[in-house]
Write a protein of this length. Structure first.
Length: 149
């Protein structure tokens, strides 16, 4: 079980778009282009002692993604990683992109990931300023995340 501080102006989605997603929130009362997803993965037997590093995280990133930066962080007192990724998507025969900040940690055979994202937008759209605007909010939610056993 997770507890996190989600802004009141963000609406929870009825159904999440990604597998493994526990909850999805969208900005501007559900009408915005910014999302916060909570994703929890059960780790396989071989991955249960995984240590999140720049190398281990880069191996999890899909091939259509570009790793922009990583940072060591703490989530609920546990060591974790923050990664910034830009992913290219094929949507309705159009190529679009999404920029995300993922805050991850592992605990008791689970990988917890809080993902703040912007998009999808056209491939030629520069998301640098947009992600910088939302990074403090995404960090605040990640820093407030509590994993309850």
């Amino acid at each position: 079980m997770l507890r996190l501080p989600i802004p009141k102006s963000w609406r929870a989605a009825d159904e999440a778009e990604m597998p493994g997603t526990v909850q999805e929130f969208t900005s501007f009362d559900g009408k915005g282009n910014e999302k916060i997803l909570i994703v929890i993965y059960e780790l396989s037997e071989e991955d249960q002692n995984m240590i999140l590093t720049e190398h281990s995280v880069s191996e999890m990133i899909p091939p259509q993604s570009r790793l922009i930066r990583t940072e060591n962080i703490k989530i609920d007192g546990m060591p974790g990683m923050m990664v910034e990724i830009e992913e290219t998507l094929e949507l309705a025969l159009k190529k679009m992109k999404v920029r995300m900040l993922q805050f991850m940690c592992t605990d008791k055979q689970k990988l917890y990931c809080l993902q703040g994202s912007i998009g999808p937008v056209a491939l030629n759209h520069n998301l640098d300023i947009h992600i910088q605007k939302y990074e403090p909010l995404f960090r605040l939610v990640a820093e407030g995340m509590e994993i309850e056993n």
